[in-house]
Design a protein around this ligand. Structure first.
Ligand code: AKG
Ligand code: FE2
Length: 190
């Protein structure tokens, strides 16, 4: 699969993010989700404990992690990154159930972050929007976003149960890239 990187570069420079609908084919999403949904998830709680979501780190060798090592994915990330990126990535899945969300934040490290939606509520009325720089984006499975997560403030909206979607679930696969630098070997993801 070839990726028209030039088409995304202007967007990325102007807004700090790129949204690519249907970046990942349905069968690949299914393969990734079946490997990620069994990862041991820990629940994160912030502040008053109302803000919760689940996270699981995926190490090298896990299909979710190795997704980001594929040539066309690397080409895209390397094409958009403002600096040369290290081969190592930090990878995790974020999982949200009813009422769960992540509050406004900027990530602490990394040059850019790629996010692939693996599961989404049936429709936007169930919440689960990714709000990037005040733009709410409803991702469906297969959609990808690449953004400067340390610069662009982002959050998600809480998942809501609806009559047509009584148990909404949202799952995103995240790969974080770092700048290539001589101190890489002593750097730890934050
Ligand atoms: O769930 C999302 O779309 C965003 C996740 C996120 O911002 C994070 O894990 O740092
Ligand atoms: Fe984040």
């Amino acid at each position: 699969m070839s990726v028209p990187i030039e088409e995304y570069c202007d967007d990325y420079r102007a807004n700090g993010f790129v949204l690519i609908r249907d970046f990942v084919a349905e069968d690949e999403v299914a393969r990734l989700w079946s490997s990620c949904c069994t990862a041991p998830v820990h629940r994160c709680h912030v502040g008053d404990k109302q803000v919760t979501w689940g996270e699981a780190t995926l190490s090298a060798g896990h299909p979710g992690h190795d997704y980001f090592r594929q040539g066309h994915v690397r080409d895209l990330v390397e094409g958009l990154a403002p600096v040369e990126v290290a081969p190592e990535i930090h990878c995790w899945i974020s999982l949200y159930q009813e009422r769960e969300y992540i509050g406004p934040h900027r990530d602490r490290s990394g040059v850019l972050q790629m996010l692939v939606c693996l599961q989404s509520p049936r429709n936007p009325s169930s919440g689960g929007h990714l709000v990037l720089a005040d733009s709410p984006i409803f991702l469906r499975s297969g959609d990808a976003v690449i953004f400067a997560a340390t610069h662009v403030e982002h959050r998600t909206t809480p998942l809501r149960r609806t009559a047509t979607d009584p148990a909404p679930v949202r799952a995103v696969l995240v790969g974080r890239c770092y700048a290539k630098s001589p101190i890489w070997s002593s750097h730890r993801p934050g």
